[in-house]
Design a protein around this ligand. Sequence first.
Ligand code: SF4
Ligand code: SF4
Ligand SMILES: [Zn+2]
Length: 274
Amino acid sequence: MEIEVLEKDDKNMRLLIRGADVPFMNALRRIVMAEVPSMAVDEVVILENSSILQDETIAHRIGLIPLKTDLDSYNLPEECPCKSEFGCNLCRVTFTLDAEAKEGTRTVYSGELVSENPNVTPVSDNIPIIKLAKGQKLRLEAYARLGKGKNHAKWQPVSMCAYKYHPKIEVSSKNCDACGKCVEICPRKVLAKADDKIKVRDLMACTLCQDCVEACPQNPKAIKIGWEENNFIFSLESTGALPPEKIVVEAVNTLDKQLNELENQIKVKKDEEN
Ligand code: SF4
Ligand code: SF4
Ligand SMILES: [Zn+2]
């Protein structure tokens, strides 16, 4: 298998993976979404709430705020040696919020949540939590823990994770009269017309929608859209909880661990039978 990084910034990553198959790509995608842990608020103790929102609604909103995650310093609660329902410093981060609308109506933002660990904070300070009218107060403590997307979407480290086949575009120089209809209809601006010829401008942007083939007036069609078997484009967008490359590495390690466990279980079963 060969992997090429096509694009990467602090939140997004696009990889070209050659020599894989659909089951592998699917496993990788599902592990990214369901098994790679991230931090999210899991419990909220409301100390004072004179706003118009119920405690449960506020707790739900706070739970959905993506938090910068420090995977190396914290344990999953079920793996932490403390075995405590309440948690300890190795499996829980405490946030406090003390907000009051003294002057008039105001919005309380995620940036007002004060974390006990400066490395675990909301990924954005500008997520609105609640609006308070003059004189209203909100005081609470919130406890964040590591968790997995398979238990609740708030622990998913990605807002998007998808793969597609590597596209293959062929334009027949015999049939094509360079009418440009395929260029006009393409929603992703993949094609371009230059020197009375149709050229592929941005192959990776092609979604294989086939609109260009339908628009081609020639019979037989002068453009053919296909894909390369075993070559895939894998894209993910992090919520900001973890860097995208960390998410991929964690997913691959998890897949490796799961396959080893499966192998061991098969061995144990075989030994029992013999
Ligand atoms: S298949 Fe769709 S996205 Fe790809 S080149 Fe044709 S119109 Fe554009
Ligand atoms: S629509 Fe068909 S004939 Fe027209 S430029 Fe595109 S491929 Fe060529
Ligand atoms: Zn613990």
